[in-house]
Design a protein around this ligand. Structure first.
Ligand code: ADP
Length: 390
């Protein structure tokens, strides 16, 4: 019994004591065996719970860090280590502020440790690409109800905030774009009414033309917005691609831009082998070509030629649309595919542009798993190049 009790004391609870014949000793042995059994079960239970917690902790998308009163890390999960770009193995017992060097975060930790209440805040960690974190803290107590530190949970909300921002900007842009022609229409209608009252109807025809132009601009804008939202809804789903010859699509697009081409006396030359086909959604792809040809014409002066060249490069088809128009200065090049971005607002409006044409083209090309890029020099013209898989 002495040997057995020593084993229990060392933590080995697997064996049981032999029950001696003597009544008093046998009772003691049975009690000690029961105690060992209970302890064994409790310890196993505790281990399982701790493993479960560990698994939850490790697989959480949110970053979790527990720190003690001295701001040293007690535990940290993989997500948190990733957020702060630190190897997990090197983090235990470090001061949290060695890992996250950020003034706002430092203030947050001090506030969190000073109060038993939960604390919440958003902080921005400055990096190449800023990281926006939503952080919550909860006070930690030991079994004696003594405050031992704080638990901090991080949610990376960079993407959510960016999307919110994009939505807000988008709504503001759309409202602004619609308000401008509507204000003009309202003004001219009021003037027309006054003219009717004074029987001065001389200018009414030109005013009606302005109203019509503005209504058309709003219709164009709404059509482009609808096209964009349809394309966005298609993102990620499979589209129906069919084998289509490029020459037909290019000629179709050029025909659609006929009015502008003729008005500016622009010579459009097309160099496209007749037998070149690709798997595309013909309506979408023709729309992309229309937008590019339309821009080439809009942003060129009279008599400037536009050249369209289609070639096959291995498994890709390259389509190049080249103009000798006003070109685009370098600082604008990376932005022109963004919605509502225009280099020269007045010129785009004057030409009936909505600022959405290239955003639509970009979506259509991405949709076909292709690429689009642009080379341009101010006053020298632009070349838009699309590359789509055959
Ligand atoms: P918009 O309706 O204003 O033409 P887009 O999205 O089609 O809108 O184009 C965005 C901006 O890019 C235009 O406002 C214009 O400043 C510039 N741009 C596009 N294509 C050309 C081009 N071929 N030549 C010069 N500038 C262009």
């Amino acid at each position: 019994m002495k040997k057995g009790a020593a084993k229990f004391a060392q933590g080995d609870l697997s064996d049981r004591l032999a029950i001696p014949a003597s009544e008093e000793l046998s009772e003691l042995a049975v009690t000690m065996n029961r105690m060992a059994e209970n302890l064994d079960e409790k310890i196993k239970d505790f281990k399982t719970r701790s493993m479960e917690l560990e698994a939850v902790h490790a697989s959480m998308q949110e970053g979790v860090i527990a720190i003690d009163k001295d701001e040293r890390i007690i535990t940290i999960n993989a997500a948190a280590a990733k957020i702060f770009d630190f190897p997990l193995s090197k983090l235990k017992a470090r001061y949290i502020l060695e890992v996250v060097r950020n003034f706002e975060f430092q203030k947050f930790i001090q506030r969190a440790l000073a109060t038993p209440e939960p604390v919440e805040d958003d902080i921005v960690i400055t990096r190449d690409e800023d990281l926006i974190l939503n952080i919550h803290s909860t006070a930690l107590y030991d079994t004696g109800e003594r405050r031992m530190g704080t638990l901090i949970i991080f949610h990376n909300i960079t993407r959510v905030r960016r999307l919110e921002r994009m939505h807000k900007d988008f709504a503001a842009n759309v409202s602004h774009e619609l308000k401008t022609p509507l204000t003009s229409i309202k003004g001219f209608i009021e003037t027309l009414q006054e003219m009717l009252n004074t029987n001065d109807t001389g200018k009414s025809e030109s005013f009606l033309k302005i109203i019509e132009k503005n209504v058309n601009r709003m219709i164009d804008l709404i059509n482009d917005l609808l096209a964009l939202s349809r394309l966005e809804r298609l993102q990620g789903t499979d589209i129906q691609l069919e084998s289509q010859d490029m020459a037909t699509l290019i000629h179709g697009a050029v025909n659609s831009c006929h009015a502008g081409i003729q008005a500016k006396n622009i010579a459009v030359s097309i160099d496209c082998p007749e037998d070149l086909t690709a798997m595309v959604d013909p309506i979408l792809m023709e729309q992309a070509f229309i937008n590019l040809v339309d821009n080439a014409v809009k942003y060129s002066r009279e008599d400037k030629p536009v050249t369209i060249t289609v070639t096959r490069q291995d498994d890709f088809i390259d389509i190049e649309i080249k103009d000798k128009g006003c070109g685009i200065a370098k600082e604008h090049l990376s932005n022109i595919f963004n919605r509502f971005y225009r280099v020269d607002k007045a010129r785009s409006r004057h030409e009936g542009g909505t600022g959405l044409g290239l955003a639509i083209v970009k979506h259509i090309i991405q949709y076909h798993k292709g690429k689009i890029d642009v080379q341009s020099k101010k006053d020298k013209g632009s070349t838009f190049r699309i590359s789509i898989p055959v």
